[in-house]
Design a protein around this ligand. Structure first.
Ligand SMILES: [Zn+2]
Length: 116
């Protein structure tokens, strides 16, 4: 799956794959922004300009709400799950609860466990 978020300095979109590859997550969109931000932090520390990068932790619930608020994001999640299903990744133990939810979705409407 692909995740997009804005560069904290310029706002340009940073694209990352999930699960994330090993190593530190990208903070900046480019070497240019990383160096500029470093320079700005040094300048801020010396009192020249009042700029500081404040990392913001986003909870899993906030991520889920963001996805559920976007039809495009929901579509991407569903497509990614379908691809994982086809490739057999959902057979892995850690994905068994997700595979179970998908199985419930596939049941005929009259027999759905979602129905109240
Ligand atoms: Zn940037």
């Amino acid at each position: 799956m692909i995740v997009e978020r804005p560069c904290p300095r310029c706002g340009r979109v940073i694209v990352e794959s999930v699960p994330r590859p090993p190593g530190r997550p990208k903070t900046w969109c480019s070497v240019t922004c990383r160096r500029a931000a470093s320079g700005e932090r040094l300048a801020a520390a010396s009192g020249v300009i009042p700029t500081t990068y404040v990392p913001v932790e986003i909870s899993l619930e906030e991520h889920a709400q963001a996805v559920l608020g976007s039809p495009a994001a929901c579509r991407r999640v569903l497509r990614a799950l379908a691809e994982m299903d086809v490739s057999g990744r959902l057979d892995e133990a850690k994905w068994s609860s997700v595979a179970g939810e998908l199985e419930r979705l596939r049941r005929p409407a009259g027999r759905s466990m979602w129905r109240r």
